[in-house]
Ligand binder design. Sequence first.
Ligand SMILES: O=P(O)(O)OC[C@H]1O[C@](O)(CO)[C@@H](O)[C@@H]1O
Length: 510
Amino acid sequence: MTDAAACWNRLEELPMKTLKALFAADANRVDRFTDSLALPGGNVLFDWSKTHLSSDLITAFEALAQAAGFAGAREVMLTGGIANPTEGRAAEHTAQRGMGADESVALADAFHMRMRGLVEAIHEGLLGPVKHLIHIGIGGSALGPALAVDALARPTAEFRAPVDVHVVSNIDGNALEAAFEVCDPATTMIAVASKTFTTIETMTNAASAIQWLEEAGVSDAYGRVVALTASPDKAVEWGVDETRVLPFSESVGGRYSLWSSIGFPVAMALGWDGFAQFLEGAAAVDRHFADTEGFANLPLRAAFADLMYVQLRGCQTRAGFAYDERLALFPDYLQQLEMESNGKSVTADGKPLGRNSAPITWGGVGTDAQHAVFQLLHQGTIEVPVDFIAVKQPGHDLDPAHHAILLTNCFAQGAALMAGAESVDGARAYPGNRPSATILCDALTPATLGALIAFHEHRTFANAVLLGINPFDQFGVELGKKIANEIAAGEGEGFDPSTEALLAAAGLKR
Ligand SMILES: O=P(O)(O)OC[C@H]1O[C@](O)(CO)[C@@H](O)[C@@H]1O
């Protein structure tokens, strides 16, 4: 039996107390389970006290982390070693924020300077008037930019973004048409964001954007395109001017690429200083993650709780609710980060995992979700660990009552999930003992958003290491793409009768 297997056996044997009992037994539980990270843009508080972690479980999870080689795996990732063994490469997103192999950090800095030059030239009007940016990409090339722009570039009394950013991902032409509808071709730039510069949705949308510009009489449509890619040669071959190609390294994974030139729309909307603060917020979490051991390490602590719920309590999902409209896209971002990273069935060396891996990540925005899905969280038969994310300072100038009600509801939900309520009438009884964790930011700034995202990247990594899986590949998305390509090319052996009938019904008979 491996050391890790023995640790899992130990974990499975440990009794688990109710949340009420855990609080009753430890007057300092809130202090022990709550920590604050100080960031230039305001503190971020992490409260994991309303989870079922106990001292015994923490000790056993710390032993598991040791047996699974957590410190070594972290060192490999943070120094540019081969953290992604199935693809034989490093995972160098932290190098974009200053932590990694010297040459990778230097290269990331050089790419950032190139991006900064272009962003500032556009802001200074050197490329003609630019009022809109249509950012075309999908998955990791779209979800991060969409989240960051929506969170940080909303107009306020003090701020208006110099350029309106419209993120388009879906191949469904309705998505691109909606962007065309609100953009003037004479003042619009197109960012084509694709690590590989081959993704069919992105390349098809990019071609249609060129056509839209040309049909509107723009003389040099390709001159309006900026490419954000790890395949610069392909971008040039496609028609992008070499000076408008913003490269990033192959070793930056797609869903971890927001920090690279994929963040171009964020810098366009916020200005370079804002983007630099975003990187700095993430870098502060990197330093915490690199330098803190055991339970005190916040992403590792969160991973202990995540694994406790999936492995020891049989939970199959985890929900995240952003109690802030500006973070409405955060659950979508997390879905890709966690499910594409850790939705695996084999270990890093290809052996069957033998246990569940990532739960299904889902969620929504508060308070809307309370009136839609919280019924199941409070009284359903399936336990769902919940994360709440809230921000102390509102992002609007309306009556402060709005924000007070928002935050009060957020904290009330966590309290109700834990406390429950008895009733002689079964329909009105709440079992309680339902877990939640809360992240509270002082303010939503570029630095705090960067920190929030980096925290979740490292939480995802910590989960993977403790399970023994590789979070940096995504072979699971390939088969569907291959079949779609075969259908489009009229190739393939013939599919199952249901698929053949659907193709025929849609007029796509080969
Ligand atoms: O940036 P690209 O190469 O267009 O890929 C987009 C997305 O597609 C995926 O490869 C999955 O299909 C993601 O991992 C990636 O973020």
